[in-house]
Design a protein around this ligand. Structure first.
Ligand code: SAM
Length: 226
């Protein structure tokens, strides 16, 4: 687990300068819509964005709420802080933090969100229970993550793109071979929808729903702290 953590931290540090560009290119700009949809499932108030990376979710959240952008990768967080300053956004605070050991008090947020991050943490259960711990009773937890499309025909076409073309484009642009091969393999290894909702439930969340977007390429999971 420690090894995975270090590998992930270094991997994101290595691609941080190309991360936003590749996100937008490889998702054909759908990523903006996915993040907006997920952020809109949160209540307003004080929101924690876990695994915030370069901060796009926190920026979306900041349109309605105060946001804390947290990530354990200093290079990603530095770009997040720069982006916020350039856009003159005043209600986002950036902090370096490990998703598995959040440095916040119990019940200190109205909601927490993680986008494309939970797949990367070494201990998913620990990260989910940390999000549950820091959100107040009645608050919400939202997870946006890649999924495996359900339609067999669409899935086989999509996998040609996702497993063959995306690693090539990703490695050419980022000049790193590992990360964009890791992406499809980590998605394939990630728990399926029902299994993941089970993990959310096991961490103490209730009333869990999920929404498939863009033919089930991604799924938004929403849970409540009751
Ligand atoms: C794919 S990026 C997602 C960034 C952002 N949420 C987005 O929507 O683009 C995953 C992020 O998770 C962070 N991460 C992975 N494991 C983490 C952990 N244990 N604690 C904090 N951040 C972590 C990485 O540093 C990286 O910035």
């Amino acid at each position: 687990m420690v090894q995975k953590k270090e590998y992930i931290q270094k991997m994101f540090a290595g691609i941080s300068h190309r991360y936003d560009f590749l996100n937008s290119l490889l998702s054909l700009r759908r990523d903006k819509y996915w993040r907006r949809f997920a952020a809109e499932k949160l209540p307003s108030g004080r929101i924690l964005d876990v695994c915030s990376g370069t901060g796009d979710v926190a920026i979306e959240v900041s349109k309605r709420s105060d946001a804390i952008a947290s990530d354990f990768c200093a290079e990603m967080l530095k770009l997040c802080a720069l982006k916020i300053a350039k856009s003159n956004i005043k209600n986002i605070y950036c902090i370096q933090n490990d998703a598995e050991n959040l440095s916040f008090k119990d019940n200190s947020f109205d909601g927490a969100i993680v986008a494309f991050g939970i797949r990367n943490v070494a201990d998913i259960k620990k990260a989910l229970s940390e999000m549950h711990r820091v959100v107040r009773n009645g608050g919400r937890i939202v997870v946006l993550e890649f999924s495996q499309p359900r339609n067999r025909f669409f899935r086989s076409m999509y996998y040609i793109y996702f497993q063959k073309l995306l690693p090539v484009v990703g490695s050419l642009v980022s000049k790193k071979t590992g990360p964009y091969s890791y992406l499809p393999s980590s998605v394939m290894a990630f728990p399926k929808r029902e299994e993941f909702t089970g993990l959310m439930k096991a961490s103490g969340m209730m009333d869990i729903r999920y929404y498939d977007l863009t033919f089930g390429i991604v799924t938004v999971y929403v849970g409540s702290n009751l």
